[in-house]
Design a protein around this ligand. Structure first.
Ligand SMILES: *[C@@H]1O[C@H](CO)[C@@H](O)[C@H](O)[C@H]1NC(C)=O
Ligand SMILES: *[C@@H]1O[C@H](CO)[C@@H](O)[C@H](O)[C@H]1NC(C)=O
Ligand SMILES: *[C@@H]1O[C@H](CO)[C@@H](O)[C@H](O)[C@H]1NC(C)=O
Ligand SMILES: *[C@@H]1O[C@H](CO)[C@@H](O)[C@H](O)[C@H]1NC(C)=O
Ligand SMILES: *[C@@H]1O[C@H](CO)[C@@H](O)[C@H](O)[C@H]1NC(C)=O
Ligand SMILES: *[C@@H]1O[C@H](CO)[C@@H](O)[C@H](O)[C@H]1NC(C)=O
Ligand SMILES: *[C@@H]1O[C@H](CO)[C@@H](O)[C@H](O)[C@H]1NC(C)=O
Ligand SMILES: *[C@@H]1O[C@H](CO)[C@@H](O)[C@H](O)[C@H]1NC(C)=O
Ligand SMILES: *[C@@H]1O[C@H](CO)[C@@H](O)[C@H](O)[C@H]1NC(C)=O
Ligand SMILES: *[C@@H]1O[C@H](CO)[C@@H](O)[C@H](O)[C@H]1NC(C)=O
Ligand SMILES: *[C@@H]1O[C@H](CO)[C@@H](O)[C@H](O)[C@H]1NC(C)=O
Ligand SMILES: CC(=O)N[C@H]1CO[C@H](CO)[C@@H](O)[C@@H]1O
Length: 474
């Protein structure tokens, strides 16, 4: 039996190890001595009451075979220029401070080395440091976590575990993620990192119900489906926003909880993505071609969902705090709901792209009672032209909480509004009764039959909206 500095009794249980310290228990995950652990595991310590996170001390992971230091988390390093996500949202390029940094899917992000939820401290090692077929020992210096008599693990043999001998076999197309470590991967990112770039057979990542608090990012992968066990039960999320992860000098946005960049032929189905921060904080950012979202729940704040490329969304729900769809993409929405404060979308269609956000048989709820479908504000103090080709088309939309003006503000330096497509056909209240559109913004337009039959036929066809792609929901 291994010795634990702080412990008088060691009790093994099936799922963890109960460690009695001054009459209090802590539980370790993976359990001390656990075998067949996934290398993407998080480390969890559950206390009798919530621990506090210290501002100094090291967490270190050693390879037991050769005592090689594999990973270090240094709690003296500040998390981010805005560790609570409430500071400046602008990049400060003269700031040379080192912050807690993790490379996720090839991009650097600021991250929390420890997150406490309820009584559990989850320790996030740097991604992709652990390997298959190894035994690791974890040390935690006093002061890293404070609760009761907990004094860390100063011996590198106090908390050890062994990883699986190997990962999924070559040629595997379906893998399962389970937060409790019982499947192929323990994190969504771990499974995505494993997925090959250009598989000739579609890869499906199945996520078992559970709470996956992790920042997810990947780029350039194709032919990939990510499917939750159940839409409400499979929850992936992270507290992140443009203050916590301000823009980098170059490269993609870093503020979403879940982001895919430069992907093709990807489908997300039946799970929930949350961003737990307010501000400019996407739940999801999609930059991709032929991306399907099906039975998804997205919960973000400002710019709650940002789009680039071609996206087909069906039977899904987005909740956001304003500009809830930041829309650069061509997106066909079917039977989906958006609940939003302020403007539901800021759509930035450019002329060459032809199509923006087209909603068919959707529901749009303004959460303040006076919100608008879309706005085109002056974002640059008159420096930049507005988005004169912005397209937002609502066909058979049920609404509540939308101001009588419906659209706007459309602002900025005067521009030719004749190319705007702020169009509605048959907008209804939640009971299906027509709404009064007499006070709509003058640059918006009501479509009607028979005059607009051709437009309506075109805009109810996803292939027309999505640049010739006919989406198939797998
Ligand atoms: C780990 O502990 C063993 C036994 O106390 C010791 O021999 C070894 O040097 C330690 N390794 C490290 C890296 O601290
Ligand atoms: C931990 O970070 C602090 C602050 O940056 C630094 O002074 C210290 O040297 C670091 N410790 C180790 C072991 O790297
Ligand atoms: C951000 O939140 C922290 C913790 O609540 C608080 O101490 C700090 O004053 C806040 N900063 C700003 C700029 O509001
Ligand atoms: C940017 O960072 C530098 C160095 O930390 C600091 O002196 C300066 O006040 C920061 N500027 C802003 C606008 O926060
Ligand atoms: C924290 O505890 C509450 C109340 O028991 C529970 O509803 C919630 O799911 C827990 N949160 C996490 C992240 O486990
Ligand atoms: C993607 O997977 C499907 C089905 O497994 C396969 O038919 C198709 O050829 C693959 N696509 C590419 C581009 O390899
Ligand atoms: C999922 O959660 C939503 C919102 O909390 C609720 O309205 C819905 O009934 C739930 N669905 C299921 C199948 O539990
Ligand atoms: C979305 O997330 C916020 C912040 O965590 C939370 O307050 C809100 O209840 C969530 N909304 C939904 C619809 O889940
Ligand atoms: C939208 O709903 C109407 C009425 O239920 C239905 O006839 C139509 O086929 C639906 N449109 C699409 C694209 O599914
Ligand atoms: C819209 O309603 C919100 C909440 O009731 C209120 O704070 C805001 O001033 C209103 N805005 C307008 C333009 O009426
Ligand atoms: C819409 O109304 C505004 C003033 O409310 C006016 O300046 C503008 O010229 C009008 N645009 C069109 C296309 O009628
Ligand atoms: C809004 C929110 O959930 N904020 C949390 C983000 O995560 C940090 C780190 O765990 C918490 O301290 C915040 O409360």
């Amino acid at each position: 039996m291994k010795s634990l500095a702080i412990l008088s009794i060691l009790l093994s249980t099936a799922r963890g190890v109960s460690l009695s310290t001054r009459g209090e228990d802590i539980q370790l995950f993976p359990a001390d001595g656990a075998k067949n652990v996934n290398p993407d595991t998080q480390l969890k310590i559950t206390f009798p009451s919530p621990p506090t996170i210290g501002s100094s001390g090291l967490i270190r992971v050693y390879d037991e075979a050769d005592n090689k230091l594999i990973d270090t988390l240094n709690m003296s390093i500040p998390t981010s220029p805005s560790p609570f996500g409430n500071g400046s949202t602008k990049a400060n390029y003269s700031d040379t401070t080192t912050y807690q940094t993790n490379i996720i899917g090839g991009l650097d992000f600021y991250f929390y080395p420890i997150i406490v939820r309820n009584n559990t401290a989850t320790i996030y090692l740097h991604n992709n440091q652990l390997d298959y077929g190894r035994t690791y020992g974890v040390t935690i210096e006093p002061g890293v976590l404070k609760q009761g008599g907990f004094n860390g693990f100063t011996s590198n043999s106090s908390w050890t575990f062994s990883t699986k001998p190997h990962g999924p076999k070559a040629g595997t197309t379906d893998v399962v993620v389970a937060a409790d470590g019982s499947a192929d991967f323990s994190t969504v990112q771990g499974a995505i990192d494993w997925a090959p770039l250009n598989p000739t057979k579609r890869i499906t990542i199945w996520i078992k119900d559970g709470n996956y608090e992790e920042l997810v990012y990947w780029q350039y992968k194709t032919n990939l489906t990510i499917r939750g066990q159940s839409r409400n039960g499979t929850i992936v999320g992270y507290p992140n926003n443009s203050a916590f992860n301000p823009p980098n000098r170059q490269g993609p946005s870093r503020r979403p909880a879940f982001q895919m960049n430069g992907v093709t032929d990807v489908q997300l189905s039946s799970f929930t993505i949350n961003n737990y921060y307010k501000g400019q904080a996407e739940s999801l950012l999609v930059n991709g071609l032929r991306v399907v979202l099906d039975h998804m729940t997205l919960n973000g704040s400002g710019d709650g969902f940002t789009t680039y490329g071609t996206i087909y969304i069906t039977d899904s729900k987005l909740t956001g705090d304003g500009d809830s769809v930041l829309g650069y993409g061509s997106v066909f929405w079917l039977r989906s709901e958006i609940d939003s404060h302020s403007a539901v979308t800021w759509t930035r269609t450019v002329q060459a792209q032809r199509h923006g956000n087209v909603f068919v048989n959707c529901t749009i709820i303004g959460l303040d009672g006076n919100d608008t479908f879309a706005r085109l504000p002056d974002n640059t103090g008159g420096v930049m032209p507005n988005w004169p080709y912005a397209e937002v088309v609502l066909i058979n939309t049920k609404t509540a909480g939308i101001a009588p003006v419906g659209w706007g503000p459309v602002a900025g330096p005067p521009f030719d509004t004749s190319h705007l497509h702020l169009w509605e056909y048959n907008t209804m209240d939640l009971d299906g009764q027509p709404v009064d559109v007499s006070q709509r913004l003058n640059v918006s337009r009501q479509l009607s039959l028979p005059k607009d039959a051709k437009i309506l036929a075109e805009y109810t066809d996803p292939t027309y909206v999505l640049d010739g792609w006919t989406p198939v929901v797998l």
